[in-house]
Design a protein around this ligand. Structure first.
Ligand code: HEC
Length: 202
C-alpha cells in the first residue's frame, strides 16, 4: 500500500501554526448557517431575558400553572347550570367572573348604586341602597341577590334585569357584588324592609 498523501487544502484555508499530537488544523471559517444561528440565538436571548427577568412582563412558571388552573376552574363554573349559593360564592372569588361583573355593573348599575356600590351610604341623594354593607332589604344570600336582580323591585325603582342582561351576566354581576362580601358574614334584614321580600314575589 502506498502511504496516503494528506489532502491538499483549498488555497484559502491556511493551516494553523500549532500541532498537537501530530495533528494540525485548517483555519476554517465557520459556515454562515452556523454563524447566523448563533447570532439569532443571541438576539433571542436578549429579548427573552428582558421579557421574563428584567421587565418581568411574562408569567413565571408558577403563575402560568395558576393561570391554566383558573381557566379550567372558570370553564367548569361557567358550564355549571345549577346556580346555588356555593357556586356563586366560588364565582365571586374567580377574577374572570368578577371582572366581567364589574363591567356589567359599570354599564348598568352605577347610576343608582354608584361606582363604589355604596349608594345611599355614600351619597344620601343616590337612588339605590348600599350593596357593600351587611344590611339587606331583600336577603343577602347569593341566590336571593341573584333572584332580586333578575326580578327587580319596580315599585321602588330597581329595574327588572332578567330580560335585559340574561342569566350569565346576572351571575357575573352577583359575583362582583359578592366580591365585596365574605362568605358566612352576618346578614341583617333592614328593619324598614317590607314584610314580603321581592325575591319571593312572582
Ligand atoms: C334606576 C336605579 C337603579 C338601577 C339602575 C339599579 N338599581 Fe339596584 N336597586 C335600586 C333601588 C331603588 C333598590 C332598592 C329596592 C327596594 O327598596 O326594595 C335596589 C336594590 C338592589 C339590590 C337589593 C339590595 C338589598 O339590600 O336587598 C341589589 C342586589 C341591586 N339593587 C343590584 C343592582 C344591580 C346589580 C344593578 C345593575 C344591573 C342595579 N341594581 C341597578 C335602584 C337601581
Amino acid at each position: 500500500m502506498t502511504p496516503s498523501q494528506p489532502p491538499t487544502p483549498p488555497p484559502e484555508d491556511a493551516v494553523r501554526p500549532h500541532v498537537y499530537d501530530g495533528i494540525q488544523e485548517y483555519d476554517k471559517r465557520l459556515p454562515n448557517w452556523w454563524l447566523y444561528t448563533l447570532y439569532i440565538m443571541i438576539v433571542f436571548w436578549v429579548g427573552y431575558w428582558a421579557y421574563y427577568e428584567w421587565f418581568r412582563a411574562g408569567p413565571t412558571d408558577v403563575q402560568g400553572v395558576e393561570l391554566a388552573l383558573t381557566r379550567i376552574e372558570t370553564q367548569k363554573l361557567a358550564s355549571n347550570t345549577k346556580l346555588d349559593d356555593a357556586t356563586l360564592w366560588q364565582m365571586s372569588r374567580t377574577p374572570a367572573f368578577v371582572e366581567a361583573g364589574r363591567a356589567t355593573f359599570a354599564a348598568n348599575c352605577v347610576a343608582c348604586h354608584l361606582p363604589s356600590l355604596r349608594g345611599k351610604s355614600e351619597n344620601p341623594s343616590a337612588i339605590g341602597p348600599d350593596l357593600t354593607d351587611q344590611i339587606w332589604i331583600h336577603g343577602g344570600k347569593p341566590t336571593e341577590v341573584h333572584a332580586l336582580i333578575t326580578q327587580g323591585v319596580l315599585a321602588k325603582g330597581m329595574p327588572t334585569w332578567g330580560p335585559v342582561l340574561g342569566q350569565k351576566k346576572i351571575s357575573e354581576v352577583v359575583a362582583y357584588v359578592l366580591s365585596k362580601h365574605h362568605e358566612g358574614e352576618p346578614i341583617t334584614i333592614d328593619p324598614a324592609a317590607p314584610a314580603t321580600p321581592a325575591a319571593a314575589t312572582p
